[in-house]
Design a protein around this ligand. Sequence first.
Ligand code: DP6
Length: 328
Amino acid sequence: MSRAVLATAHANIALVKYWGKKDSQRNDPATPSLSLALDVLRTETRIEQLEGSGDLPGADLVELDGQPAGEKTTRRIRAYLEAWRQEGLIAGHFRISSVNHFPTAAGLASSASGFAALAAGLAAFAKKKIPRREISRLARMGSGSAARSVPGGIAALPAGHQAAARRILPPEKTPWGMVVAVVEAPPKSVGSTEGMIRSRLASPYFNAWVATARKDYRRMLRAVKELDLATVGHHTENNALAMHACMIATRPRLMYWSAATLELLRCVQVWREQGLEAYATIDAGPHVCFLARREELALVAAEVEKVSGVQRVLVGLPAPGAEVVPCS
Ligand code: DP6
């Protein structure tokens, strides 16, 4: 019988964002980044070695949420498996069946959990033992943010060549979680991969953004270790706004916000003035995530639900890294 493994990983939300590539071919990030993995954003990927598929091109099979994956996703996953084969890490072909236990259509970070689970699972088929840091580097080749989902918890990913993420704080020692406000929005027209290439080439603020991200990263590493929510929160919000300033200034513009995004940004200031400590961050989409103390997440979620244009509210606690279990 053919061998199979089940790998799980959680998507993460960056507190210091990765936006920009030093090298697109190797997917080397231009900015260092730091994130929190969330238990509500879980992906499960079954990886099965196919027997007798030889060297047929396109022999790898890709399924997403129980259906054959679309052409673009299939191409991306096949190219990724090919990169592992070219590095001499694996041989043969595979059936990859991935299920996201969160609304992917909402544009939440499914490539992070997807590639982290895939890299961890493929490592189980490798000819030699692959250390965790190396799995993170390999996940990064698939999607930059995926590198951070390999260690899980609060994870930091430096910029540049050979970058791999390390865990700064384990989930059980992280006193914060996040409320995710999924807002009504049409599918986005420019994805992260394409968007960050455009910003590097055509945003007059790109260099300033990279310099800002480097500073934010250093300050954030310190503030996380000190468990200083106010400092972590303010840097989180400021960093996201700086990234969006760079995106918006890109020509033509990359404007991911909707009216509800702006309203949520206004509300978070009001909540803080009223004593509810929450801080906003936004990825390449209109949804807003709020960082808050674990014990105040329910209060934040109740406020978020009242905001017009919010479609769904998810409450996430810190999640562990990618894990693999054998299966039949
Ligand atoms: C705005 O990791 O999706 O969410 O490496 O091209 O796959 P690729 O990009 P991806 O970009 C994530 C961008 C972001 C910020 C972040 O998660 O750090």
